[in-house]
Design a protein. Structure first.
Length: 65
């Protein structure tokens, strides 16, 4: 399932890597595409939207949508 999140607080490449790593820790098969300029994180995963959002939030980023 493809999910798109609006994530606040990603300001650099390290932020992108942290979010990607957190999502891959939850689902190693996930496909993650981040558009930092638009604050968008696109995730293709079988995990629930809530679980994916929690993984992002656990890294310290606010999931707005």
């Amino acid at each position: 399932m493809n999910q798109i999140f609006t994530v606040e607080g990603m300001t650099c490449g390290h932020c992108e890597k942290a979010v990607t790593k957190a999502l891959l820790a939850l689902d190693a098969q996930a496909k993650v595409v981040i558009d930092r300029a638009q604050n968008k994180v696109q995730v293709e995963s079988d995990k629930t939207r809530e679980a994916l959002a929690q993984a992002i939030a656990d890294e310290g980023y606010r999931v707005a949508a």
